[in-house]
Design a protein around this ligand. Structure first.
Ligand SMILES: Nc1ncnc2c1ncn2[C@@H]1O[C@H](COP(=O)(O)OP(=O)(O)OP(=O)(O)O)[C@@H](O)[C@H]1O
Ligand SMILES: [Mg+2]
Length: 579
């Protein structure tokens, strides 16, 4: 959808207010356009003919006109700001909704950083533009039109002469605004990169310091900061050229008027009042024309930003979650020849994967880094759908069920334990909006998080800050585990869920989960083979497929990959610990 069509659609609900604002702008610009006509009677009648009655009339009329114009000006500004704010609010909301409806795959690679820079930088530019540009564009265009009418009314021949300057200024504007659009786009790309560097150096400050990366980071930043300078200067140079070029043109027009008009006055063919009114009209036209030229430049910039923002809105949302509701697992999950590839990735993350997960079983996924364990665990929640093969829930393709209804019965703990900038309570209650404080407390007690939470300044009401940075990695993980217990899931997927816990904490959590999760289906991803040795089935993955499957003893006896990984782990353990 084109940018202008989008804007029209956003404006549609506010057409009533917009009409009133336009009416107010009409009043303002009519005042600006016709006020120069007053110069003629003021000069001819008051100053030359010494007409006292006219003086009184003007003294009465001028304040009234100014009052009317000021009132209209207020209405226009208020209404246009109101509409601008509402439109931006709506765009912001649409962006948020669209982003949350996009499939998980959309957010792979460099996308997240790109999206963030658009919804901050570009949205700010569009907002600034919406606040001022429409007023300038409409009011000043109308003002120029009214001034032109006034000029023609005063002297059609001179007005036609002055109008000859118009094509020249339009040509100047056209060339300059093209330059501006190109350079502003380049500048925006450069500023995006700069923002990105800033974010990285703040978020990654620990690594930057630990590796003495400061000088290199500063050097790279300097280069990119420098690359911002040139396109910005090109933009600013074009902007700076505007005024002088227009001024030279305006000066020539005024000089010509002075020459021709002066001769007419001297010859007695026109009055001094008419001449000054005409000159006043020309001078009055300068400011709105300059405004329009500037408006045009800013509009070019905002247009480019709007294009990028609306690009997100044009992004295809994940297909509507139309499937029927998942009634709950009865016999088990079966993966048949499953293949999955991340967008843009050359190789398959999963390929030809077969696995059976009976209801109520404890299944462990093990294998080397990058073999596809996390990808597989996401497929179980329909966070991704397979590109090949099927995920069957009680023999029915999972795609026939709505993703939300599958996720409502499942709980996922990810290795990075994502927390939001909210209270401990809200973070744990995330999956069930109706959870009570006592339920949250119980879940936290079960995973052994209650102790540290009660030590926080405001207990469960403590704000965690962005990404839960106020907590240790293990504490974050405990909250992520409590979050899963709150939703009371049938299927629990623990992706390295205890990797950050100390020995005793891990043992306690696993024991607690053992009782709490009794009867539920649990899929555990772990790098510590000892921790999952008790699982009913251990699926050993390699290269995106399950290569060995069975209980610990059988896999050990088979002497394959599992045996090798287990022996390596054993060898790495300190002798004392190994008993
Ligand atoms: N968002 C992504 N975009 C592109 N490729 C990805 C993405 N996430 C994972 N991959 C690739 O898919 C493959 C499987 O990744 P996955 O995260 O499932 O491995 P894993 O078994 O969980 O590894 P680990 O033990 O290190 O957590 C890897 O080769 C990885 O490079
Ligand atoms: Mg993983």
């Amino acid at each position: 959808m084109s940018v202008s069509k989008r804007f029209r659609r956003y404006l549609r609900p506010h057409l009533g207010r917009f009409a009133w604002a336009c009416a107010a702008m009409l009043v303002v610009s009519a005042f600006n356009g016709f006020v120069v006509l007053l110069l003629k009677p003021i000069i001819d009648r008051i100053f030359i003919a010494r007409d006292l009655a006219m003086l009184w009339l003007m003294v009465a009329v001028v304040p009234l006109l100014v009052l009317l114009k000021s009132a209209a000006s207020y209405v226009q500004n208020y209404l246009m700001s109101w509409i601008g704010q509402r439109v931006v609010q709506q765009i912001r909301e649409d962006l948020f909704l669209r982003l949350s409806s996009l499939p998980l795959e959309y957010f792979s690679g460099t996308r997240p950083a790109e999206v963030l820079s658009r919804v901050t930088g570009d949205l700010t530019l569009v907002q600034a533009a919406l606040n001022t540009l429409p007023v300038y564009a409409i009011r000043d265009t109308l003002t120029v039109v009214f001034l032109t009418i006034a000029l023609f009314h005063l002297d059609a021949r001179f007005a036609a002469l002055a109008l000859l300057g118009a094509p020249v200024s339009l040509a100047i504007l056209y060339v300059l605004s093209r330059k501006m659009r190109v350079s502003s786009r380049q500048a925006q790309i450069a500023v995006d990169r700069l923002h990105h560097r800033f974010r990285e150096s703040v978020q990654g400050v620990l690594v930057v310091k630990a590796f003495n990366y400061e000088p290199t980071a500063a050097e790279r930043f300097r280069e990119e900061n420098d690359s911002f300078f040139r396109p910005t200067m090109r933009y600013l140079r074009a902007t700076a050229l505007l005024s002088p070029l227009l001024e030279v043109g305006a000066g020539l027009v005024v000089a010509a008027t002075l020459y021709f008009g002066g001769r007419e006055v001297i010859a007695g063919r026109t009055t001094p009042g008419a001449f000054f009114a005409f000159l006043g009209g020309l001078v009055a036209a300068y400011a709105p024309i300059k405004n329009l030229a500037r408006t045009n430049a800013d509009a070019q910039r905002a247009w480019a930003s709007a294009e990028r923002l609306f690009g997100i809105l044009d992004e295809k949302a994940a297909p509507a979650d139309a499937g029927r509701p998942f009634p709950g697992l009865k016999s088990g999950i079966r993966l048949e020849g499953v293949g999955f590839r991340y967008p843009g990735a050359k190789s398959w993350a999963l390929r030809g994967l077969d696995l059976e997960i009976p209801k109520g079983a404890r299944v462990a996924l093990v294998g080397p880094n990058g073999c596809g364990k996390s990808t597989l665990s996401r497929l179980l929640l329909r966070l991704h759908d397979p590109a090949e093969g099927r995920v069957l829930l009680d023999g029915v393709d999972a795609r026939e069920y709505s993703a939300a209804s599958i996720r409502a019965r499942a709980g996922l703990v990810t290795p990075d334990a994502v927390l939001f900038n909210d209270t401990v309570f809200a973070n744990v209650a995330l999956g069930r909006s109706v959870a009570t404080l006592s339920e949250v407390e119980r879940a936290c007690r079960l995973v052994g998080a209650a102790g540290f939470i009660e030590g926080l300044p405001e207990g469960y009401r403590t704000l965690l800050g962005d990404w839960g940075f106020t907590l240790s990695a293990g504490q974050r993980q405990l909250l992520a585990l409590a979050r899963v217990l709150i939703v009371d899931p049938e299927l629990v997927v623990l992706d390295e869920a205890t990797a950050n816990l100390d020995g005793p904490a891990e043992k306690a959590v696993l024991a607690a989960l053992e009782t709490v999760l009794a009867g539920r289906t649990v899929v555990t991803v772990s790098h510590e083979l000892r921790a999952v040795a008790g699982a009913d089935r251990i699926a050993v993955m390699s290269g995106g497929a399950v290569v060995e499957l069975g209980a610990h003893d059988r896999l050990m006896a088979a002497g394959g990959l599992y045996r090798r990984l287990f022996d390596l782990e054993d060898a790495a353990r300190p002798a004392a610990e190994a008993e």
